[in-house]
Design a binder for this molecule. Structure first.
Ligand code: AMP
Ligand code: MG
Length: 414
């Protein structure tokens, strides 16, 4: 019997393409940006718009004052003006303004007919119902023009936009409370391993706490998905088969952890080969070489490695982009940035490696600081990391100052 894996080692790009070719974009559903009663707007944040949103009318709808001051006719220059009315935001129509007149107006108050400028209160004086502008106003001063913020018919949000803080505010501002968003993929996560236990269980000697399932569930949620936890399956083919079929019934995507290497109790690959089609069974990258990808009845299954760092890096590189594409995200991939190494690093001799780094803006460029030991079991290498440094294979270390590319997986560190 061969001691080599029967699966060809595919390149990262090829693996990503094999996944991309099988993305199933899910349907959409209407949500209300006001959310539930208890959970206002939480339901909308992070969702991906399925259709573009246009503004029905202009914002503002009528000319308004941009400041607290006086509405007037600019032609009158600095001549004293009679104050004939006061216009508050939301107040009624004050009628038309004639030459020689001014109307006290508050920010957001509708500009009266006849006025063509507003002077802010700080640049005026008023006595006995007569105001004087200290400087001659120009037509258009301090007027919030019709459509200045949003014109009627403007594309406000494109399909594929992920709703964030500003987007939710924009939708509310144009009165669009119901929006069509992609259905959230349901991701089921199964841990495997006779040695794997719940994190709060009394551990036998050599037992391992199940960090992968909880980290992967969090990662799937962070990628915009709903999640189903399938627990821990022992290294027994019948049990794992049942758990996989159960997961496929309940979810759109199944992630398994462990059981994909060359051990005698690594059963996931043959099981998925039997249940469906394996598209790749090994990837030339580090950490996470045994990562596999299969489809079973059209649903994607990722067999992620058991080593905690490998499973999370594989998720980032292979699973997350698919989960974003399934939601129609117009920008499903993390940005790739050029970084300068703050510390020397050693590449893997034979495989491209994603080393975990903290990326900071320093002196006009991005600096990547290593998170220390890059062992696949050392979850501490992911603590605080906001980047995966893409390190080409080779025999020589990269010195501090060398420029490499990195996937930016989070906001820049302070
Ligand atoms: P495997 O891929 O099943 O050979 O597992 C590789 C390594 O990862 C072993 O040391 C396992 O004990 C460990 N491991 C497997 N599953 C998990 C898990 N769910 N959480 C943390 N470590 C795990
Ligand atoms: Mg195992």
């Amino acid at each position: 019997m061969s001691r080599e894996s029967p699966y060809a080692m595919v390149a990262i790009d090829d693996a990503q393409r094999l996944i991309r070719e099988r993305v199933v974009v899910l349907g959409h559903e209407l949500i209300d940006i006001r959310g539930g009663l208890r959970d206002a707007a939480a339901a909308a944040a992070g969702r991906v718009l399925a259709h573009p949103v246009h503004a029905a009318g202009p914002l503002p709808d009528v000319p308004k004052s941009a400041v607290d001051g006086y509405a007037l006719q600019s032609l009158d220059g600095t001549a004293p003006r009679r104050v004939v009315a006061e216009i508050t935001a939301g107040g009624g129509d004050a009628g038309a303004l004639a030459a020689g007149e001014a109307m006290r107006i508050m920010t957001g108050g509708a500009l009266p007919a006849g006025a063509d400028a507003v002077v802010m209160v700080e640049q005026t004086s008023e006595r006995d119902g007569v105001m004087t502008a200290h400087r001659a106003p120009r037509a258009g001063d301090a007027i919030h023009r019709v459509g200045q913020d949003i014109a009627a018919g403007d594309l406000v949000l494109a399909a594929g936009t992920t709703l964030g803080i500003a987007e939710i505010g924009l939708l509310a501002s144009i009165g669009t409370v119901a929006v069509s968003v992609a259905r959230q993929p349901v991701v089921a996560v199964l841990a495997t391993g006779d040695e794997v236990f719940e994190p709060d269980a009394a551990l036998p000697v050599a037992g391992v706490r199940d960090s992968n399932r909880y980290a992967l569930l969090a990662a799937a949620r962070d990628a915009g998905c709903r999640v189903v936890s399938l627990g821990i399956a022992p290294d027994d083919a019948a049990t794992q088969r049942r758990a996989i079929l159960d997961g496929l019934e309940r979810a759109d995507v199944l992630l398994t952890s462990g059981g994909v290497s060359m051990g005698t109790r690594d059963l996931i690959k043959p099981l998925l080969a039997e249940l469906g089609t394996v598209h790749f069974g090994r990837v030339a990258f580090k950490p996470g070489k045994p990562t596999m990808y299969a489809t079973v009845a059209g649903k994607s299954v990722f067999g992620l490695p058991g080593y905690p760092v490998s499973s999370l890096v594989s998720f980032e590189v292979f699973v997350r982009p698919m989960l974003r594409r399934m939601q129609g995200d117009a920008a499903p991939d993390r940005p790739i940035v050029e970084v300068a190494l703050a510390d020397a690093i050693t590449p893997s001799p034979d495989r491209p490696e994603y080393q975990r780094v903290v990326i900071r803006a320093r002196g006009g460029r991005l600096a990547a600081h290593t998170t220390g030991g890059q062992g696949s079991s050392r979850l501490l290498s992911l603590r605080g990391a906001n980047g995966l440094l893409i390190v080409p294979p080779g025999g020589r270390p990269y010195p501090a100052g060398a420029l490499l590319q990195a996937l930016l997986t989070g906001p820049l560190a302070p």
